[in-house]
Design a protein around this ligand. Structure first.
Ligand code: GLN
Length: 303
């Protein structure tokens, strides 16, 4: 008995074996310790994997629930804990960052939290509460928004009564008739425009203009500006230069032939998106004003 250890109860080591045996009937179960260690490791890994699978399944389900509730919140116009609104700047070409900054400033003034997104592909416009079509080159902007299938989404946005600010080339693209077959117009502002009617780049000029809804003049920068030459009766003329409309409103769409994003005065963005004009002009050191060129043709206002 003694020395062999086989008659002692419990776990015993003998010739590399762990022997568990019943002291009564001496039936023993042998387990190799390496097998035991390997089993423990495998079991641990299995438990880890199982818990990971269960957790990721759960977290996926949780994420899905959160996403669905966020989408419902969006459609039901409920607050979702992030920005109050989303503004989109059409960014296929043109001056995008200046407008994005102007929208953010305008929103801050109105104590509204707005996320600004740059739009280069379809599918984003439907998520936007407000849209900006910037200045640039109207033939290029027109071509790209059609190519990227953004154009019909802009039309749906206006159809839904959501606001748009279209500046310079943007105004040309959204007009009823830009009189240039290279621009595939959207017909969202019922005006006819003459591209570059105020002259070329070197004829750019600045002017302080009265704008309906603003209590003091707005310092406007005109660069290769289009002239609005026919205005249908449903369109409101908000500002003129030498008798030419340079800011118009057709329902939810405001169009300007100047660049309101270049001066630091965001009242035009406020007017277009927040429908609440500034009482006082933002401080802006006006640069030397150039003489305003007189367009060759006087505008026709259809009343
Ligand atoms: N003249 C340009 C055009 O036709 C517009 C200029 C501008 O957006 N500043 O597209």
């Amino acid at each position: 008995m003694s020395g062999s250890g086989e008659n002692q109860g419990g776990l015993m080591s003998s010739a590399g074996l762990v022997r568990y045996f019943d002291t009564q009937d001496r039936n023993a179960i042998s387990i190799d310790p390496r097998t035991l260690v390997a089993f423990c490791i495998l079991f641990g890994v299995f438990v880890q994997l199982l818990s990971l699978t269960v957790w990721s399944g759960l977290s996926e389900r949780l994420a899905a629930i959160i996403s669905v509730s966020r989408q419902s919140a969006f459609f039901l116009h409920l607050p979702v804990g992030e920005s109050d609104m989303q503004a989109g700047v059409i960014a296929v070409q043109g001056d995008v960052s200046e407008h994005a900054a102007a929208i953010e400033r305008a929103a801050t003034v109105h104590d509204t939290d707005v996320d600004v997104v740059e739009i280069r592909t379809s599918g984003v416009v439907p998520e936007c509460d407000m849209l900006l079509v910037p200045g640039g080159e109207s033939t290029t902007i027109s071509r790209l928004i059609h190519q990227e299938e953004i154009a019909p989404e802009i039309c749906d946005h206006v159809e839904a009564g959501k606001p748009v600010l279209a500046t310079c080339a943007g105004l040309i693209v959204l007009s009823e008739d830009p009189k240039d077959e290279r621009v595939d117009e959207l017909g969202l502002i019922d005006v006819t425009v003459d591209r570059n009617a105020f002259g070329r780049q070197r004829d750019s000029f600045e002017a302080s203009i009265d704008v309906t809804g603003l209590e003091s003049p707005f310092h406007a920068v005109f660069i290769r500006a289009p002239m609005v030459d026919e205005v249908q009766s449903r369109v409101d003329v908000l500002a003129q230069v030498n008798g030419n409309p340079v800011a118009v409103q057709d329902g939810p769409v405001v169009g300007t032939s100047f660049h309101p994003e270049l001066t630091g005065d965001v009242r035009i963005h406020r007017l277009a998106f927040f429908s609440e004009p500034a009482v006082e002009a933002d401080p802006w050191p006006p640069t030397t004003q150039r003489e305003i060129p007189t367009p060759e043709k006087p505008p026709r206002v259809m009343r």
